[in-house]
Design a protein. Structure first.
Length: 306
């Protein structure tokens, strides 16, 4: 069986759209159609129902999906073994490509030094870094687009994913140096009267902050969500309000005096969860990256909330 047909089947099952599958696989939509028909003919069963709103897997398609993923995983392992002597190059060094997903705060703070270290110690390992929030990273692990992901989440509740905390990120309230709360202690009632610039919905620590602010009686905080941490920092530095972000994303601005701490209510540090798919094989290159992430970002010992 041509495993390219299985790869197309898995992509279409996940996206529910011939157009989306074609885009993901860099194929013409007509090629996706031909490959799905060929696979259905070879297996002797219909795998998809074609509907006006898209496609949905048939009962046969749903039963076959997990097996198709196992075959593709076995193929990846076979290719890695054949091409690199079970992951080692001719000189015994580990080689390979690893797709790593992480949120913007980790991409801009911890990961540059991890990648720099890997280039010195394992020059044959190429890390492809993808900025992705929690939902996108989890979907990337499920689709096979990502090998590993770093999630800033208290828990990763997904039966098909395996996660372990490798570090804990302290969170810091900040304002512009001239703000009335800069360098001061502030409780929830004071914070609830302020404007907050926070990360997009789905960010665990931002969502927790918003819930705490809105839970106050008669609270009417002004909340603005951004997909970019830099946008939130810039608005705060301009004196427009406050934000709550991982300390690692604020160190330069705090050092340069562009931002100032606010001594707000204690908030628990957020775990950095190293996450992979439970059923997928991790290559030697992927293991090297996982080990380096653990070494440079860890160790995982939970500090106090403040």
């Amino acid at each position: 069986m041509d495993t390219r047909l299985l790869r197309t089947f898995v992509s279409l099952a996940r996206t529910g759209s011939f157009t989306a599958a074609a885009t993901e696989l860099h194929l013409a939509q007509s090629t996706v159609t031909v490959q799905i028909r060929s696979l259905e003919r070879e297996l002797g069963t219909r795998l998809f129902d074609r509907l006006p709103a898209g496609t949905t897997t048939t009962p046969s398609g749903r039963r076959l999906l997990e097996e198709a993923e196992r075959v593709l995983d076995a193929e990846a392992r076979l290719r890695a073994t054949a091409a690199a002597g079970n992951g080692a190059g001719a000189d015994g060094a580990v080689e390979g490509q690893v797709a790593l997903g992480a949120g913007e705060s980790l991409c801009s703070s911890h990961l540059p030094r991890v990648i720099a270290s890997l280039r010195r110690t394992h020059p044959g390992v190429d890390v492809h870094l993808h900025a992705a929030g929690t939902a996108a990273a989890m979907e990337g692990l499920r689709s096979g687009r990502l090998d590993l992901a770093l999630l800033l989440e208290p828990e990763v509740e997904a039966a098909d994913l395996v996660a372990r905390p490798i570090a804990y990120e302290p969170l810091v309230y900040v304002a512009a140096p001239g703000h009335r709360l800069a360098g001061r202690e502030a409780g929830w009632p004071e914070l609830a009267d302020e404007s907050f610039f926070v990360h997009e919905e789905g960010c665990s620590y931002s969502d927790r902050l918003v819930r705490s602010l809105l839970a106050l009686p008669d609270a009417r905080p002004r909340l603005t969500r951004f997909g970019s941490i830099e946008a939130a920092r810039s608005c705060v530095a301009a004196g427009l309000g406050l934000t709550l972000l991982p300390q690692a994303t604020l160190e330069r601005q705090l050092h340069d005096g562009l931002l100032a701490r606010v001594d707000g209510p204690p908030v628990p540090p957020v775990p950095v969860q190293l996450t992979r798919h439970r059923r997928r094989w991790i290559s030697p290159a992927g293991q090297v990256v996982a080990d380096e992430l653990t070494r440079l970002i860890g160790p995982a010992s939970a500090p106090s909330a403040h």
